[in-house]
Design a protein around this ligand. Structure first.
Ligand SMILES: [Zn+2]
Ligand SMILES: [Zn+2]
Length: 273
């Protein structure tokens, strides 16, 4: 049973539970018998590129964030191993700024939510967005490049890109292979992100039955993890917690992830301890 979660957000990003303090999360994990956790809130941007509101802390908030978590690290060191870092996106030209964030962190999660389009505008990987096949391959190369530059320690929701496709087509297959090959080469674990299951099954869709709720889940994507299972890539579950209930529902949500991916594939995956 996995006793860690390396993917936690805080109120600072503006779209997580505003009433939960950092310490509240620590206490929940201790209660649940977890051994390790990491705060990896959405990184601030030195050069503002992602202009969406309530997405990430301000650059000047970093100091308070790091100091507060470092205090908790010390306070609870006998009960829980706590790490602090960021969830970042790779963008060409931002390498030095990403290095700066990495240097002040224990852990960096790559959560690639966008790429540059041909006009250097952000093209988002999100529900309802369509990407051309070229853009999707470019997306895979961003993830590969980030690993090559040793930016992330782990890659979050590597199957997020299924949002942009109606079915798992040949381009999706190619993207999966690019990500797996890089993860294997640079020894970077891939996260089975369970936040979309939580959202669809435990938070939204109250009027649907369980089977209908599961049909609404975009990722984890079975076809993607089937490809991963043919590589010896390390994998783990990530809660991507923005709310306390996600932490409390970890076991149930994880079981649903296993159901969605299927026992045969799950048994072949190389889970880290
Ligand atoms: Zn978030
Ligand atoms: Zn996240």
């Amino acid at each position: 049973m996995q006793k860690f979660n390396y993917h936690n957000h805080t109120y600072r990003c503006g779209h997580a539970d505003l009433d939960m303090t950092d310490e509240d999360y620590v206490l929940e994990y201790i209660n649940l018998g977890f051994e390790k956790m990491a705060f990896t809130d959405h990184c601030p941007e030195k050069n503002k590129i992602d202009l969406r509101k309530n997405m990430r802390m301000e650059y000047k908030e970093r100091k308070e964030y790091l100091e507060n978590i470092n205090k908790l690290k010390e306070k609870y060191k006998d009960k829980l191993e706590i790490k602090v870092g960021y969830e970042v996106e790779y963008l060409p030209g931002e390498e030095d700024n990403l290095k700066e964030l990495k240097d002040e962190s224990d852990i960096i999660v790559l959560g690639q939510h966008f790429i540059y389009d041909n006009n250097k505008n952000l093209k988002f990987i999100r529900n309802g967005e369509t990407l051309s096949d070229e853009e999707l391959i470019e997306y895979a190369h961003y993830i590969e490049k980030a690993m090559e530059l040793h930016i992330p320690d782990i890659v979050a929701h590597p199957d997020l890109y299924i949002y942009t496709k109606k079915s798992f087509d040949n381009t999706c297959i190619e993207v999966a292979h690019i990500i797996c090959k890089a993860a294997l080469k640079y020894n970077i674990p891939l996260e089975i992100n369970i936040s979309n299951i939580y959202e669809n099954v435990f938070n939204r869709n109250k009027d649907l039955n369980l089977e209908e709720k599961i049909k609404k889940v975009s990722y984890p994507c079975k076809d993607f993890w089937k490809i991963v299972s043919n590589y010896n890539v390390k994998v783990f579950y990530g809660i991507d917690a923005h709310h306390k209930n996600q932490v409390l529902s970890f076991e149930r949500t994880k079981e649903l992830a296993n159901t969605i991916i299927g026992e045969e594939i799950i048994n072949k995956l190389n889970f880290i301890e």
